[in-house]
Design a protein around this ligand. Structure first.
Ligand code: PLP
Length: 281
């Protein structure tokens, strides 16, 4: 398996990073995940814009202009140029003696890899989720590599036979560990506002745009945990998840448990059409 490390294409087993890399010591880095479908990156510009924004938020200076050319080199080396694939991009603050303060004039470390992308089964089979306290910090808007909170909650979900854990912060549901959360109530779509308590997913933004373009009413408003019972439908969104209907959250089973509910299904169809022609109005 080939990876790109800084300027070099290497076998994964030969790609080496210093033990003093701040990504390794502090989780001091940001990342992005996007998928190539039918020969183009699905909302690639939005993903690269978010990478730029994450870099700015953590004051990490990294030259992004050469990235497209490096992506091409990586896809070429992995034989994935015309294949559906997932691209992982990570930038850390680089190698320096271990001190909390940002080092001066340290070259960042860039790592990219690409693997074939297969559409997840969860797209047509409603999934089950479990809620966990949102013990993460207050800058969930940064797509950073320090993911221990997300990893711990997701591990709890998997250990208990669920697909995803949903975070509950002060009685309100924020998002999944690697997905955004939506509800539908009497035809109205709800999702947590894009503030510092969620990562504003590119898929989340696409779904909201699909709502606007198709006269599906929505509100960016968090749903309280105790109102789960009142919701008609729930679904998760994400680059690899796409749109996954939720069958069950904790003890509450949604009425539409075998098939996605009507609004979820409609959005899945619209999303599917968009993948063939990814232009939004
Ligand atoms: N929320 C979190 C915490 C995530 O890690 C992700 C993606 O990995 C998402 C939401 C969904 O974001 P996107 O749709 O851009 O993949």
């Amino acid at each position: 398996e080939k990876v790109l490390l800084n300027d070099a294409i290497l076998n994964a087993s030969e790609a080496k990073v210093s033990v003093f890399d701040r990504g390794f010591l502090f989780g001091d880095g940001v990342y992005e995940v996007m998928v190539q479908l039918d020969n183009r990156f699905f909302f690639g510009k939005e993903h690269l814009d978010r990478l730029e924004s994450s870099l700015k938020k953590v004051r990490l200076s990294f030259e992004l202009s050469t990235l497209p050319q490096k992506i091409d080199r990586l896809l070429d080396a992995t034989g994935l140029t015309t294949e559906d694939c997932l691209l992982y991009i990570q930038v850390t603050r680089g190698t320096a003696p271990r001190k909390h303060a940002f080092p001066k004039d340290t070259a960042p470390t860039l790592l990219m890899y690409a693997v074939p992308f297969v559409l997840p089964e969860v797209n047509n089979k409603p999934v089950s989720a479990v809620t966990r306290p949102d013990f993460r910090w207050h800058r969930c808007d940064i797509k950073m590599t320090s993911l221990l909170g997300n990893v711990m909650a997701n591990d709890f979900a998997i250990q208990n036979g669920h697909y995803e854990a949903i975070f509950n912060r002060d009685g309100k549901m924020t998002e999944g560990t690697h997905s955004n959360l939506f509800f539908v109530n009497e035809g109205m779509v709800f999702t947590h506002p894009a503030d510092e308590h969620i990562l504003n997913g590119i898929t989340r933004e696409i779904v909201l745009q699909l709502c606007r373009d198709n006269n599906i009413p929505y509100r960016e408003e968090a749903i309280a945990f105790e109102r789960i019972n009142a919701m008609d439908e729930a679904f998760l969104t994400g680059t690899t998840t796409q749109i996954a209907a939720i069958r069950q959250i904790d003890d509450h089973t949604f009425y539409h448990r075998v098939e996605p509910g009507p609004v979820t299904k409609k959005l899945q169809q619209l999303f599917f059409e968009l993948k063939k022609n990814p232009i939004l109005h």
